[in-house]
Design a protein around this ligand. Structure first.
Ligand SMILES: [Zn+2]
Length: 452
């Protein structure tokens, strides 16, 4: 892929932009936003090339903060349809136990491409299934991100509490604590880039309280502190989980998390559906953040994340599409609309506007990822932006361009820039043969679902 922009680029006169004082666009140089161009002004940055954005709406690149890429191979699986979380997982674990490195590579590439074409410039992934032969899963994902030019926060997931120890997953998909911790340290030391401008970061991510031992939760927190990386897990997703936690640990999930040393500013949690008001305050004080997964929570009938109450208490909330077996799509722009509708239905018109919905996958998700250099269009931020057009039937007749993206259901970015480099142009990913990827990915999915 080419498209690097060594000289300053003025993204000129956009139809709309999610930034104040940038009516005439922005100037990008050396991978960063160096100037906002206000109405009636021209750039002061010298020797500017221009990109005419007259047909585009410019957003900060969307950031997906929860996913399980491998699950793109198990979308709409008949045995898992119409089931709640625990029986749904039990139907899928045996299929996931048959994953191969080739399947993980195809699933990762496909999920990343799907996210990019929906406007994502950065994504996380939560890969926690490590059957024999899949020890290099994170290495495979890093390679795919580099090929596509996507900014990532990949997590080294884990499970070590199988059915034998009172957990949910079968023996074939779990690893022992020593193996998990050693490999976690290996992938962090090998791939994690610290600080501003990082393209690849690694976090540590035990799957959930019902698939990991207390000992591993605690050791993971200690390792994350020592290596200075973030931590991620599922929490407070369902009522089942609350009951399980009360039975096994005699406390609620957040109490358990705190007891394990996880109620911390390094931690971001997927779901956060079943917290109470006292817990909102504790999350806020700790600086722990929440990823709202609107489609997944609705598909599995898990409940509705109290997004406005969390934000009012001071908890940052980002968005995530969640794994493709529970969404089943990896389209973050569609997730924005789903979250907007769900939260407006819960909290009313005064509390949820289209601008709130656009804040969640940008500023909110950046907080979940622990990044201050992405998630907003402002001078000094990385040049990670998503450009959408309003040239489809669904947008015809719309007035406010930013509102139209959310209300009319935008689902496909026309262009995407990461660190000043175009990685999507004219709705395509240069160098990626999408038809061939679909053919190979669906063949791998058929094989996996049929029993290897
Ligand atoms: Zn998940």
């Amino acid at each position: 892929m080419t498209n690097d922009n060594p000289s300053p680029l003025w993204i000129k006169d956009p139809l709309g932009i999610l930034a104040d004082g940038a009516e005439r666009g922005i100037v990008v140089k050396d991978g960063r936003i160096v100037e906002l161009v206000a109405a009636g002004r021209a750039p002061v940055t010298p020797a500017v090339k221009t990109f005419d954005a007259g047909a585009h709406i410019v957003l900060p690149g969307l950031i997906n903060t929860h996913h399980h890429f491998y699950q793109t191979l198990t979308r709409a699986v008949p045995a898992a349809l119409d089931r709640e979380l625990f029986p749904w997982l039990e139907a899928l674990y045996p299929i996931w136990a048959r994953l191969t490195p080739e399947a993980v590579d195809l699933a990762t590439t496909l999920a990343m491409a799907e996210l990019m074409l929906s406007g994502c410039t950065m994504t996380t992934d939560h890969h926690y299934v490590f059957p024999k032969g899949l020890e290099d899963s994170i290495d495979i994902q890093v390679a795919a991100a580099r090929r596509l030019g996507l900014r990532v926060l990949l997590t080294r997931g884990s499970m070590n509490r199988s059915r034998r120890d009172g957990g949910l997953p079968p023996e074939a998909v779990v690893q022992d604590e020593d193996t998990i911790l050693a490999d976690s340290e290996r992938v962090v030391r090998r791939y994690h880039q610290a600080g501003d401008g990082a393209m690849i970061q690694i976090a540590l991510a035990p799957c959930s309280p019902f698939s990991v031992t207390t000992s591993l939760m605690r050791a993971t927190a200690e390792l994350a502190a020592r290596l200075d990386v973030r931590m991620h897990t599922h929490l407070a997703e369902t009522e089942d989980e609350n009951r399980y936690c009360l039975e096994l640990h005699r406390c609620r999930p957040l109490d358990y998390l705190e007891d394990c040393g996880w109620l911390d500013g390094r931690t971001w949690l997927a779901h956060g559906v079943h917290f109470n008001a006292d817990e909102f305050e504790r999350l806020a004080r700790a600086g722990t953040t929440i990823t709202h997964c609107a489609c997944s929570n609705q598909t599995l009938a898990s409940g509705t994340c109290p997004v406005c109450a969390l934000e009012e208490a001071g908890v940052a909330v980002g968005l995530g599409v969640d794994g493709s077996a529970s969404n089943d799509s990896s389209n973050l722009m569609q997730e924005v609309r789903a979250a907007f509708l769900l939260q407006r239905g819960r909290y009313g018109i005064a509390k949820v506007s289209h601008r709130d919905a656009l804040r969640w996958p940008t500023k909110g998700s950046a907080a979940c990822a622990g990044r201050r250099d992405v998630g907003a269009i402002a001078v000094g931020m990385l040049a990670d932006i998503a450009l959408f057009k309003l040239d489809e039937l669904r947008f015809s007749g719309s007035g406010d361009p930013l509102a139209a993206l959310v209300l009319c259901g935008a689902h496909r970015a026309d262009r995407l820039m990461v660190g000043g480099r175009w990685i999507v142009e004219n709705g395509q990913i240069p160098g990626l043969d999408v038809a061939d990827l679909i053919r190979r990915h669906s063949a791998a999915a058929r094989k996996l679902q049929a029993g290897g």
